[in-house]
Ligand binder design. Structure first.
Ligand code: ATP
Ligand code: MG
Ligand code: MG
Length: 542
């Protein structure tokens, strides 16, 4: 199905062909609190929100699918709530699968009594092999009493109990592997972040999901397309347990080039210190991409533009960041920075003897953003690379000032550059430059518009960071060993000096350094420490 129109700000309109919407629509977003939300989850959350609240005026439930205490934490749960808030997704109700543990337990007992489930203790490999070969387990026809006894043993969390699990009795000969007696309950003595040690048995997603969906009044269960094969199983549970019908509706998983979205792998790189944390700007988590400079409306627009398409594809980060640029470009204030270690001192002949400060718009096309102070004086600095490019007597433009003519260059031999012989940079460093103002010159006729800073102001040190992809493979396979595809060089740092106005910027401000690009302030300047700014991509990187 294709989007009918693309006005994502207000919500695109999709004809998604949900059945029976006349009787109300209740959707749910069911994250497992086993990690922070990533951009794939955002798609699921925004789609559920869109159908429930915008398209059909129904209801949406946020359900924590907390059925595996080994992976889940309160920290993750709290972060999910906050991130959804940030995304503008407002659930009508927050529920927990763990609130249904008693109910689910009773239903499992009933299934065993009805001959619809049995206890098994086959080792993992044997289980897999038998399932592949469509062979029934030796325990498949155990007595109800035996099955119930094993379940009770599991419930105690004993060592013997942990060896057992419960399977639904469906159809071992089915062509659909999902119907070959899926596991519905496991024993796990690990304490649960909500129910503590009350339970030592936990329902699987396959079992809990249809039941809780039905009980909670969900009308349409949206799932990613890899669940297609499990729809039949889902419907079997509803029918076997005599539960209210729920429609399944599938949408494609969102993937990005060179990006990890598996929570298991994300957890690993956080735990092993490959990244600074879940909010690392290299992570495709909601927090990571925000910290990198993504804005929420841009994220919403990007995701809703994809629509509920069923094609599995890999997104390129280019269009993601291009969408963001549309939002930040008109409102990002412009400032100036010069590379700290490699700048050139200039004397400007014809400049005012005493430094003069003027107020200039921080954005040439948006006067609403206010003004900044620009200091004009005889002493300025500019980037070495710019100075190197100047021809003798070349007329250049000093941005926000006017034209000047290059009069004198003083060189020193740079041994490092002499060896490396950096292409285009020459072997010599320019240590000083003399420019002569030529304000009557036409700024439209010069080839170079140069950024510069008067040293007669308090220059602000800033550390600029740029990041690269965390992995080296465009489309990682689930079998890939993480270490083999990790990129170990993902961070570039540049120390710069910025104009005095930058001292007033705060964390989260998104701005542009003229000719250097967009940045998000990650740490404001203060206490004698450099500010920290992250490059906001507008092209391919993540
Ligand atoms: P992982 O496999 O990384 O653990 P998950 O799918 O198990 O992810 P959940 O917390 O269970 O993570 O996901 C919550 C919801 O988000 C589910 O409905 C799931 O289908 C959806 N979802 C997860 N990843 C993506 C993705 N990449 N694209 C679209 N939806 C996704
Ligand atoms: Mg899941
Ligand atoms: Mg999962």
């Amino acid at each position: 199905t294709k989007p009918a129109k693309e006005t994502a700000d207000e919500g695109a309109s999709y004809d998604i062909g949900l059945q029976d919407t006349e009787n109300g629509v209740v959707t749910r977003f069911p994250p497992e609190p086993s990690g922070y939300l990533h951009i794939g989850h955002v798609k699921a959350a925004l789609l559920n929100d869109y159908f429930a609240h915008k398209k059909y005026k129904g209801k949406m439930i946020l359900r924590f699918d907390d059925t595996n205490p080994t992976k889940e934490k309160q920290e993750y749960q709290d972060a999910i709530v906050k991130d959804l808030e940030l995304l503008g997704v407002k659930p009508d109700q927050v529920t927990y699968t763990s609130d249904y543990f008693q109910d689910l337990y009773e239903r499992c007992v009933q299934m065993m009594k009805d001959g619809n489930a049995y206890a098994d203790n086959s080792p993992q490999e044997q289980l897999q092999k038998e399932r592949m070969e469509r062979v029934e387990s030796a325990h498949r026809n155990d007595s109800v009493e035996d099955n119930l006894a094993h379940f009770e043993e599991m419930k105690t969390g004993s060592e013997e109990g942990t060896k057992w699990f419960i399977r639904a009795k469906l159809d071992m000969s089915s062509d659909n592997g999902a119907l070959r007696d899926p596991v519905i309950y496991r024993c796990n003595p690990t304490p649960h972040h909500r129910t503590g040690s009350t339970w030592k048995i936990y329902p699987t997603y396959d079992f809990a999901c249809p039941i809780v969906d039905s009980v909670e009044g969900i009308t349409h269960a949206l799932r990613t397309t890899e669940y297609n094969d499990r729809d039949a199983q889902y419907q079997w549970f509803l029918k076997t347990l005599g539960l209210r019908h729920v429609y399944n509706w599938n949408f494609s998983r969102m993937n990005f080039i060179r990006t990890l979205l598996s929570k298991r792998k994300l957890t690993k790189i956080v735990d092993q210190g490959t990244v600074w944390g879940w909010d690392d700007p290299r992570m495709a988590t909601v927090r990571g991409i925000r910290r990198r400079g993504m804005t929420i409306p841009a994220l919403q627009e990007f995701i809703l533009k994809q629509g509920p398409s069923k094609n599995i594809n890999y997104q390129d980060w280019t269009s993601f960041w291009a969408t963001n640029k549309k939002y930040i470009d008109p409102v990002a204030a412009r400032y100036t920075a010069v590379v700290k270690l490699d700048h050139v001192k200039c004397t400007v002949v014809g400049a005012p003897e005493a430094p003069r400060t003027e107020d200039k718009d921080v954005h040439a096309k948006n006067a609403d953003l206010g003004t900044k102070k620009v200091v004009f004086s005889k002493h300025i600095i500019l980037d070495q690379a710019d100075a190197q490019s100047f021809a003798d007597d070349e007329e250049i433009t000093l941005m926000n000032w006017g034209n000047a003519i290059v009069r004198k260059k003083t060189y020193s031999l740079n041994p490092l550059k002499a060896i490396a012989s950096v292409a285009g940079q020459g072997e010599r460093t320019i240590t000083e430059l003399e420019l002569e103002l030529h304000l009557q010159g036409d700024v439209k006729k010069t080839a170079k518009k140069i950024t510069w800073l008067s040293t007669d102001q308090e220059l602000v040190p800033v550390t600029l960071y740029d990041f690269d992809y965390l992995i080296t493979k465009d489309k990682p396979d689930p079998e890939d060993v993480l270490e083999d595809i990790l990129n170990h060089d993902t961070e570039t740092k540049t120390e710069v000096l910025a104009d005095c106005n930058v001292a007033g910027l705060r964390e989260d401000d998104i701005m542009q350094f003229d000719r250097k690009g967009f940045f998000r302030i990650d740490k404001a300047f203060g206490h004698g420490e450099a500010a920290v700014a992250f490059a906001v991509p507008t092209g391919k990187k993540m």
